[in-house]
Design a protein around this ligand. Structure first.
Ligand SMILES: [Mg+2]
Length: 291
């Protein structure tokens, strides 16, 4: 039995049958999708990814999209998803910018935050009701995201911020929070530094690791996505193209689905000792599982 059929009548029959199916993917009610390598490669949509999402939703499944992107707000991502042909509202998006803001707002509502990073991060911190401060000596939290633009140049408004963050951590005893642990990114002319460049600089200077890293493979961001789904992890699947996706899903007891449409080959994944529950060429193939 296929997981979903394209026509509604067949879908209706299958949903009834599907409730009795033993296939773990048919039983899953919630799906967390990584974005790059799963739904798109950069700006190019992965063929039939939008159709797969639509069919899952029509089948009554709940879907959220999760990305370690530390430079964009959810608002920024609405346009990206429109280009991919996947209808979303902001509540469907869990980016590391938003998840970091949520994490701090839950721990200390209205906290004073000194940030290193892009305007998208600033926007989410503000939306969560946190107080952005320019004086490092009054900061309760230092939040670190990527401070580089797409060409690898440090953003002008961040030139003084590594010093500011250092002072907030050293003098003011601020908590050290990183949006994501990604060290480098591929770009057109070669790799560029990721958030890891700033984490590394501060960690080395101070001899301490961040108090929390929110993005994958940490479970913080996934817990926020699961809360959004409102379904226990045992009833949810994590669909991704990297080891970090599989690790984050496994740590929380989710079903893990690897797709071969992204940056990492299945061979490399398995050589790292990571066994996904299922592997498919791309997301559309996931819908054809037999149960
Ligand atoms: Mg990915």
């Amino acid at each position: 039995m296929a997981l979903y059929y394209p026509d509604d009548e067949a879908l209706e029959r299958l949903r009834l049958v599907g409730r009795g199916s033993d296939h773990p993917l048919v039983r899953c009610q919630g799906f967390i999708f990584d974005v790059d390598g799963v739904l798109c490669r950069g700006e190019d949509p992965i063929p039939r990814a939008a159709e797969a999402i639509e069919r899952l939703r029509r089948g009554g499944k709940r879907v959220v999209f999760l990305s370690n992107n530390s430079t964009k707000s959810r608002e920024d991502y609405l346009a990206k998803f429109a280009r991919l042909g996947i209808p979303v509202i902001e509540d469907d998006l869990v980016l590391s910018t938003y998840a970091t803001a949520e994490y701090i707002a839950r721990e200390k509502p209205g906290a004073k935050v000194y940030m290193v990073g892009a305007p998208g991060l600033r926007r989410e911190l503000e939306l969560a009701g946190l107080e952005l401060v320019e004086d490092p000596f009054v900061a309760e939290y230092v939040v670190v995201g990527s401070a580089f633009d797409g060409t690898g140049r440090i953003r002008e408004d961040n030139a003084h911020r590594i010093t500011g963050a250092l002072r907030a951590l050293y003098h003011a005893g601020a908590k050290f929070i990183a949006t994501n642990p990604d060290r480098i990114f591929p770009a057109k002319d070669g790799v560029i530094p990721g958030t890891g460049a700033i984490i590394g600089a501060l960690s080395y200077m101070l001899g301490r690791e961040p108090d929390a890293v929110i993005g994958k493979p940490s479970t913080h961001i996934v817990e926020i996505a699961l809360a959004r789904l409102g379904i226990p992890p045992s009833g949810c699947a994590f669909v991704g193209d990297m080891d970090t996706d599989m690790l984050a899903g496994k740590r929380l007891g989710m079903t893990t689905v690897f797709v071969r449409s992204g940056a990492m080959t299945e061979e490399v994944l398995r050589s790292l000792g990571i066994e996904p529950d299922f592997a498919f060429d791309s997301v559309i193939d996931m819908l054809a599982v037999e149960g």
